[in-house]
Design a protein. Structure first.
Length: 377
C-alpha cells in the first residue's frame, strides 16, 4: 500500500506527459515477412545489437528470416526453415542465442538458437494436447523455465538443466472453467513462481504457484503444504513476468470489479502496486525491457484507443514506472494488432516492435533527428 501511494504521488508530481513520447517524435520502419502468416520476435546478438526473428506459421517446416541492421533500416540476413510450425514466446540468451518455445504436432517443443541463427529442436513435453498461454524465462544461472496450459484446464511447468535434460509436471486446477495465460518467474533453479489467470466461479482470478521438488524427490506444482496463492480477483487474462536481479515481478491488469482497468505489478511481497489507471479499455500484450539506467520499462497495447502506452521510472526516483506517453498510435482496425516486443539498443535507443496484421509489422524508435540525452527513455 505504501508503494502504491508513492507511485501515485510521483505521477502527480510528474505533471504532463513527456514530449519525447509524442507519436510525431517517433518513426516506424516496416519489417519483411517470411510467409503469409507470421510473428516477429526481438533476437539481439551477443553485443546487444537489435535483430528480429520473423517466423511463419505452418503445419510442418516453417520459413523464418533473421533481420539485421536496424533500427531504422532492416535487411534480410538469411532465410531458412525450422521444424516448429506454431508461434510461441522467444527468450533471448546472454550469448546472443535464444529459445523459441512453441508447440509442434500437439507436443511442446523449443528451438534453441545460437548467435548465428542456427537452431536445434528439443522436446519439452511429449504428451499430445492443445497447448496455450506459453511463457518462458531464464533464471540467474541461465536455466530455462517454461509455463504453459494443457487443454485449457491444466497448468504445466517445465525446466531444463545444464545437461539439456527436461523435467516437467502438470496439475489439473479444480473448479477452473478456463485457464487463460501464464507467467513463469524463476529467480534460481529451485525458487520459481508460476502465475496464471483463470476463470473460476464466474470471476477471472490471478494465482501463484511455487513449483518445487517435494520430499519424495518428484517435481510438483503444488501440494498440501505448498498451496496456491490467490493474488487478486477481477483481472484481465494477459500477464507478463520478469526477473530483475533477485526480484521477480508479474504485471497484470486488475479492476476490483469496477469498469476501469489498472496496470499493476506484484513482486511476491505485500500486495500489488498500481502503476497506471487505464480506464474502460481493452488491454492487450504487456512487454518489459531494462533501460539504460538498469531499471525496468513497461509498454502495453491499448486496443480500444489503438496506442502503445510507455511507462518508465522518473529520473533519480524509485524503480516504479509511471506513464510517460504514447509513442505509437496505429490506424489499424485489425483485431490482430498488438505489441510484440520491447528492446533497448546498446546506445540506449528504445525499440517497440508491433504488428498490424499477420503479414505486417514495424519497429518504432525515436526519430533520428530528435535531440535527446538518453534520460528520456
Amino acid at each position: 500500500m505504501k508503494l502504491a501511494t508513492a507511485a501515485t504521488a510521483i505521477l502527480m508530481a510528474a505533471g504532463s506527459l513527456n514530449a519525447a513520447f509524442l507519436p510525431a517524435e517517433w518513426q516506424s520502419a516496416p519489417l519483411t515477412k517470411a510467409a503469409a502468416k507470421n510473428e516477429w520476435y526481438f533476437f539481439p546478438d551477443d553485443l546487444g545489437n537489435s535483430r528480429v526473428l520473423v517466423k511463419a506459421t505452418a503445419g510442418t517446416k516453417a520459413s523464418f528470416k533473421l533481420l539485421t541492421g536496424g533500427p531504422p533500416v532492416w535487411t534480410d540476413a538469411f532465410t531458412s526453415k525450422i521444424n516448429l510450425g506454431k508461434q510461441g514466446t522467444f527468450v533471448p540468451a546472454p550469448n546472443g542465442g535464444g529459445f523459441l518455445v512453441a508447440s509442434q504436432g500437439n507436443t511442446m517443443k523449443v528451438a534453441i538458437f545460437d548467435n548465428l541463427g542456427n537452431s536445434v529442436i528439443e522436446t519439452i513435453d511429449p504428451n499430445p494436447g492443445a497447448y496455450t498461454g506459453i511463457s518462458a524465462e531464464l533464471d540467474a544461472t541461465g536455466g530455462l523455465h517454461v509455463g504453459y496450459i494443457y487443454n485449457s484446464r491444466t497448468i504445466c511447468y517445465a525446466r531444463r538443466n545444464s545437461a539439456s535434460n527436461w523435467t516437467f509436471t502438470s496439475q489439473l486446477i479444480p473448479g477452473a472453467i478456463f485457464i487463460h495465460d501464464t507467467a513463469v518467474v524463476p529467480l534460481t533453479t529451485s525458487n520459481v513462481s508460476l502465475y496464471f489467470t483463470q476463470t473460476y466461479t464466474g470471476v477471472r482470478t490471478l494465482w501463484r504457484a511455487k513449483p518445487a521438488v517435494a520430499l519424495d524427490g518428484r517435481l510438483y506444482i503444488t501440494w498440501a503444504s505448498n498451496p496456491l496463492l490467490n493474488v487478486e480477483n477481477f483481472v484481465a487474462p494477459q500477464l507478463r513476468g520478469s526477473r530483475v536481479g533477485a526480484e521477480g515481478r508479474v504485471y497484470f491488469f486488475g479492476s476490483g470489479n469496477a469498469p476501469s482497468w489498472k496496470l499493476k505489478r506484484y513482486s511476491g511481497i505485500g500486495g500489488p502496486i498500481e502503476l497506471e489507471t487505464a480506464g474502460n479499455v481493452s488491454p492487450k500484450s504487456i512487454r518489459v525491457a531494462i533501460g539504460p539506467d538498469g531499471r525496468q520499462r513497461v509498454a502495453w497495447y491499448n486496443e480500444t484507443l489503438k496506442r502503445v502506452h510507455y511507462l518508465k521510472p522518473i529520473n533519480n526516483g524509485p524503480d516504479v514506472p509511471i506513464i510517460a506517453g504514447y509513442p505509437v498510435v496505429t490506424t489499424s482496425k485489425q483485431s490482430l494488432t498488438d505489441l510484440s516486443g520491447f528492446h533497448f539498443t546498446p546506445d540506449g535507443t528504445p525499440c517497440l516492435l508491433y504488428r498490424t496484421t499477420l503479414a505486417t509489422a514495424f519497429v518504432a524508435t525515436p526519430r533520428e533527428d530528435l535531440v535527446w540525452t538518453g534520460t528520456e527513455w
